[in-house]
Design a protein around this ligand. Structure first.
Ligand code: PLP
Length: 429
């Protein structure tokens, strides 16, 4: 297995035997690899950090999501939102699949370029850019970028007058998990003055972009945004710009994807003729379900109820928490669900994982009281120090927003596997 920062590193041999010829489902395969890796650790004798939390990343799952995208939104070219999970292996697969990249900073641009793609496959989708990053974008030839205010146009005129600009418009993101429109997006009233200013400054506006909010819940937000974008395309034509691309942003969730894709696909075809290129910036859609995290129980605190033992409380402390890979609880409003990976208690005994459920609260390793992963969860058996829990759907907005608070690692091991031959072939594993 390899660390995620090691771009050219050796790829996992974990589970390799199981991969192509086995009858395991993708989920069983992931579980198998998690268990093998977890049981290698002897918490009573290992070196510091050898029991650290780790991920298993199934690149086959990312590949399946790509195929699903192609089936449902074939006209719309994905520019993967690097911020969501900048793991070089994910970026490498995206490049192989022919996708573009949505980058928000100099280092995201660097990471995308390291895959060997042409800079034209990058959109610098941050409407308020750092000047020195803008100069860097000019140097490396990343021309496509978004804007939503006049100040940014003057900045671009001074720094990168050849840039290809997308006017980002405001959307109704009131039903989204992470709202973005209070921060970015020009109102419909502002669109025309901005297009006129860009024209006066002899800047090239080539498209319109929007984002309905990350983790969007209402597909009609896409319909409204597409019709607004149509109006802005028409205004831009009147002002003298020649627009050729619509960027429909991110916000796609795995659960509701087909419903969203149906409405978006139809809206795009209704309002934009085939010669208009359509791109998107999906992030969580691609990676959320591909990563599973295993964390070690480092301590258990028992709080007996002297009057009623059935109300005894158990607090579990893991070696990962909201300052680490569970940063998605704070920043992304997620509720990761713990499942038992290993439980050393003998099967069949009152303490075993097969016994009746016990109620726990689950905490992270830092000294902070907000570092709680789950306030109440029922798990089978009495878990002890050294046991492992695992959490599915940990691929989006997790590792990338982890900190080193209290001296804990922000760079946990990732074991890469592929449950799909298509992905294995592209990645050579
Ligand atoms: N594009 C932009 C400009 C964003 O700000 C984000 C997320 O914040 C995304 C794309 C990705 O969104 P998601 O992960 O919901 O698809």
């Amino acid at each position: 297995y390899t660390n995620s920062l090691d771009l050219q590193g050796p790829i996992s041999s974990y589970g390799e035997d199981n991969l192509l010829q086995s009858s395991l489902t993708a989920k069983e395969l992931v579980l198998d690899v998690l268990k093998k890796r977890a049981t290698e650790v002897d918490v009573d004798h290992c070196g510091p950090g050898e029991e650290d939390a780790f991920y298993v990343a199934d690149m086959g799952e990312v590949y399946r999501q790509h195929m699903r995208w192609k089936m449902n939104l074939g006209r719309i070219k994905p520019f993967y939102a690097v911020k969501c999970n900048p793991d070089p292996e994910v970026l490498r697969l995206m490049a192989q699949l022919g996708n573009g990249f949505d980058c928000a900073s100099k280092s995201e641009i660097d990471l995308a370029l390291q895959t060997g793609i042409d800079p034209s496959r990058i959109i610098y989708a941050q409407p308020c850019k750092t000047k020195s990053y803008l100069r860097f974008a000019a140097e490396v030839g990343v021309k496509q970028m978004t804007f939503d205010n006049a100040d940014e146009l003057y900045k671009i005129k001074a720094t990168f007058p050849d840039a290809e600009l997308y006017l980002r418009i405001l959307t109704d993101d009131s039903t989204s998990l992470c709202r973005l429109s209070m921060k970015f997006g020009a109102s419909m009233d502002m669109a025309r003055p901005l297009l006129e200013l860009a024209y006066q400054l002899e800047l090239k506006v080539v498209g319109v972009s929007f984002h309905v909010g990350s983790g969007a819940e209402d597909p009609s937000a896409f319909l409204k945004a597409v019709t607004d974008a149509r109006m802005v395309f028409d205004q831009a034509g009147e002002v003298g710009h020649e627009l050729h691309t619509l960027d429909v942003g991110g916000g796609f969730c795995q659960d509701s994807f087909e419903k969203f894709a149906g409405i978006l696909g139809e809206a795009v075809d209704t309002y934009f003729p085939p010669h208009i290129r359509v791109i998107a910036e999906p992030g969580r859609y691609y990676v959320a379900t591909a990563y599973t995290l295993a964390a070690n129980v480092i301590a258990r605190r028992d709080i007996p109820d002297p009057t009623d033992p059935s109300r005894d409380a158990y607090m579990l402390y893991l070696n990962d928490g909201v300052y680490g890979n569970f940063s998605n609880i704070i920043f992304d409003h997620q509720h990761p669900i713990a499942q038992v990976l290993t439980c050393a208690s003998e099967p069949g005994t009152p303490n075993s994982a097969t016994s009746e459920k016990i109620t726990y609260s689950i905490w992270g390793p830092t000294c902070d009281g907000i570092d709680v992963i789950s306030e109440k969860i029922d798990l089978p058996g009495l878990l002890n120090t050294g046991d492992w829990l695992y959490f599915e759907e940990m691929g989006a907005y997790t590792k990338c927003s982890a900190t080193r608070f209290n001296g804990f690692s922000d760079n946990h091991e990732v074991i890469y596997i592929s449950s799909e031959t298509g992905a294995s072939a592209l990645l050579n594993y």
